[in-house]
Ligand binder design. Structure first.
Ligand code: PLP
Length: 451
């Protein structure tokens, strides 16, 4: 009989979790203790949910932690990104460059400002914006670049900042996947002009629905306040041209953070670095065990450069089908799942292929929204996003280990080793990959019921 569980062998993984979010389970996240519960209940009992006192404390602590002058809490990461885009001055007819492989919120709100999203390709090893593919995308209209530290991997900021400075373009860092991470010894989010991120319950920095932006630039900060935080858009605004406008939100949006989230955030922040260090130890151990195994490569940064994978959000692996005689990642994942290793092929689907960025006329402009105010058709018919288009067939999700429990991690690594060693048995019935792998929002954030 075959060793592979898919053909009746014994599954490699026997781990059964506690299902509790108290830090005893390998996967359950975020870790919630009595301290989180007390902080949230305090706000709830005094009816402080829509206030700003707790949020302002959270902002202060977050800014100090990351090393930024100003921070602004928001109701979610989408709002933080939207406010950051307005903050840097993005408006009608401007172009903003964004990688095609990311969650839609990195760039989609730019269309509400009348801006045009121009997609750039990613690097197949880092899965982040490829600086080599960036400069050719810049035109006279380019106002900003959105950089995503994708799945915890710090984007290569040095060359990106150099290009941005040369062309006088603002850089927005989307830190939703990499809160607290390092790029060559510097905190991600503090390198560009402004950082914005999600802190929703599925992220590594998880506080419930919520987001935050931070910057050292007063004008960007005050513009972000002006856009969607009217209750704080008042007498203490220092930017001259904003002063006569205070009191109403310029964007017509309401971005205030819910204080059950900021209360939780203040507690989570205290333990975040320590918990992420444990995640990195666990994830690095997993990948160390798989060094040199044909067919698989780690998606991780070399820590000796002073960079790290922060909380290793949405851990993925790189898949090299050529080393397994072309075995599809679809079949590879099927065999892994049979071993008790939950996984699915692909990453976020390439945004430039979605109808919202091609045909949709959302605001009745009589032309596609994405190019409603553009001076040219930027839709990627030039096919120069080839990595983004094929990366789904070369990636697969990895269990996100939260605890450095060697024996358990070894079970999961053994599952991968076993499937790679026996790949020939999988070739015969390989259905191949479907035309598109990965989804628009495929990460499953719905928490399982705690025991
Ligand atoms: C989750 C996420 C967002 C959006 O944040 P929400 O809090 O869900 O609004 C933005 N960008 C990226 C890369 C994300 O993963």
């Amino acid at each position: 009989m075959s060793e592979l569980a898919l053909f009746g062998g014994k599954p490699a993984v026997t781990y059964v979790g506690t299902g509790k979010n108290d830090g005893t389970d390998m996967f359950k996240w975020p870790i919630i203790t009595k301290e989180d519960e007390d902080a949230v209940l305090e706000v709830l009992r005094r009816g402080g949910m829509s206030g700003t006192d707790v949020t302002k404390e959270f902002e202060k602590e977050f800014a100090a932690w990351v090393g930024a002058k100003y921070a602004l809490g928001t109701c979610n990461g989408t709002a933080a990104l939207h406010a950051a885009m307005f903050g840097v001055g993005l408006g009608r007819g401007d172009e903003v460059i964004c990688p095609s492989i990311t969650y839609w919120a990195s760039c989609t709100a730019a269309t509400t400002l009348g801006a045009t999203v121009v997609f750039a390709d990613i690097d197949p090893m880092t899965l982040c914006l490829d600086p080599k593919k960036l400069e050719s995308k810049i035109t006279d209209r380019t106002k900003a670049i959105i950089v995503v530290h994708y799945m915890g991997y710090p984007a290569d900021m040095d060359p990106i900042m150099e290009i941005a400075k040369k062309h006088n373009i603002k850089v927005i860092e989307d830190v939703s996947h990499a809160q607290g991470g390092l790029y060559k010894g510097r905190k991600v989010g503090t390198i560009g002009d402004v950082a914005a991120m999600s802190l929703m319950a599925g992220k590594s920095f998880a506080i419930g629905e919520g987001g935050i932006l931070h910057t050292d630039n007063l004008e960007i900060y005050e513009r972000a306040i002006a856009f969607g935080t009217y209750e704080r858009f008042g007498a203490d605004i220092q930017t001259e041209y904003l002063k006569p406008l205070t009191g109403l939100p310029l964007g017509g949006y309401k971005h205030r953070m819910h204080q059950l989230s900021s209360a939780c955030g203040r507690v989570q922040l205290k333990y975040y670095d320590e918990r992420c260090a444990e995640i990195r130890k666990a994830m690095n151990y997993f990948w160390d065990l798989l060094e040199g195994v044909p067919g698989v490569r780690a998606h991780r940064v070399d820590e000796s450069t002073g960079s790290d994978m922060s909380g290793w959000y949405a851990a993925h692996g790189l898949y090299v089908p050529e080393e397994l005689e072309g075995l599809s990642v679809t079949r590879f994942c099927e065999a892994l799942r049979a071993e008790g290793f939950p996984t699915s092929p692909g990453v976020n689907a390439a945004l430039h292929t979605h109808a919202v960025f091609n045909t949709a006329d959302v605001y009745n402009d009589g032309k596609p929204t994405r190019i409603a105010f553009a001076d040219r058709d930027v839709r990627e018919m030039d096919k120069d996003l080839e990595v983004s288009e094929i990366i789904g067939s070369r990636t697969y999700s990895i269990p996100w280990f939260k605890k450095f429990d060697k024996e358990v991690i070894e079970q999961y690594a053994n599952a991968v080793k076993k499937v790679c060693a026996n790949y020939k048995e999988l070739l015969a019935d390989d259905p191949g990959n479907p035309p598109r792998l990965g989804g628009w929002h495929f990460f499953n954030h719905s928490a399982k019921k705690a025991n």
